[in-house]
Design a protein around this ligand. Structure first.
Ligand code: AMP
Length: 281
């Protein structure tokens, strides 16, 4: 596996690969890799010739009071994991090269970034869309892989790619969970043992939403109420939102018909966690 830090080296390599007719699969991450990230690598390996995994903790997508500084970073560990998973190129650009002094261009996907997580993280998706657009321009992938875990992110990136005529296929892959149901996340290491135990209620409440839908419940308000009641039994878990929305435009749904996205964000101790499930009426 090649480890590349500079944008120009990455661009040169991409040019060579493209000339050789190789297809490129791309997995953008913020590092501190786990099995969830590896599932994206696995999918990329299956469908493309060369897999590029990027690690970039993007300051633009963190709010002023968020965890940019303390976000877990361990390049040596990530290098070993990525190598074992069969990543061909690990691309780790520096903040100063991605955002040189005087940087001025941003991508804003209107009407998608002001919902769900966008309400409490108003600049977050602008930061995500901007860095992903830049990484796409550098890596020039044929296919880019995102996790359904960050469902709003995947939807925003799909919309950006469509709106800006990017010739890149965007794939959203299933959520990978720990054996007890907690969605894998680099942020899970922030949780104390007690917090981690209580955090399981997030997945349980989503399972409850699925079970209620299967049993015939169509009223989103009633499902959300039951989910909130369950979550409120865990004092360390503070709800940011529990929403049932349309999978295409993220608008609230009051009566479920067809497919709906049930999404949660909560602060557990001081760690913000998200999770979701798609239910079908
Ligand atoms: P992150 O490093 O947290 O920014 O995540 C990088 C990519 O991995 C994103 O597309 C995430 O949605 C995806 N990802 C993170 N956690 C999981 C998970 N538990 N299952 C599947 N994909 C995930």
């Amino acid at each position: 596996m090649k480890l590349i830090n500079s944008i120009s080296r990455m661009a040169t390599l991409v040019k060579i690969l493209r000339k050789e007719g190789k297809t490129i699969g791309f997995v953008p991450t913020m590092g501190y890799l786990h099995v969830g990230h590896m599932s994206l690598v696995k999918a990329a390996k299956k469908h493309t010739d060369v897999v590029v995994l990027s690690i970039f903790v993007n300051p633009l997508q963190f709010g002023p009071k968020e965890d940019f500084k303390k976000y877990p970073r361990d390049i040596k560990r990530d290098e070993a994991l990525a190598g074992d998973a069969g990543v061909d190129i690990m691309f780790c650009p520096s903040v100063s090269e991605i955002y040189p002094e005087g940087y001025a261009t941003y991508v804003n996907v209107e009407n998608f970034t002001d919902k769900l997580c966008g309400i409490s993280r108003p600049e977050h998706f602008k930061g995500v869309a901007t860095v992903v657009a830049k990484l796409f321009n550098i890596v020039k992938p044929d296919v880019a892989y995102f996790g359904q875990k960050d469902v709003q992110q995947a939807i925003v990136i799909k919309k950006m790619a469509r709106d800006l005529n990017m010739d890149i296929e965007i794939k959203a892959m299933p959520i990978i969970r720990e054996s007890d149901g907690l969605a894998m996340s680099s942020r899970n290491i922030y949780l104390s043992e007690a917090e981690r135990r209580e955090a399981l209620v997030l997945n349980r409440s989503l399972e409850k939403a699925s079970a209620l839908t299967v049993a015939g419940e169509r009223d989103s308000g009633k499902i959300i109420k039951e989910m909130k009641e369950l979550i409120s039994q865990k004092p360390m878990v503070k709800i940011d939102y529990v929403s049932i929305v349309d999978t295409k435009d993220l608008k609230d749904i009051s009566v479920i018909s067809g497919e709906a996205l049930v999404a949660i964000a909560a602060i557990v101790g001081s760690t913000r966690l998200i999770d979701n499930v798609i239910v079908k009426a």
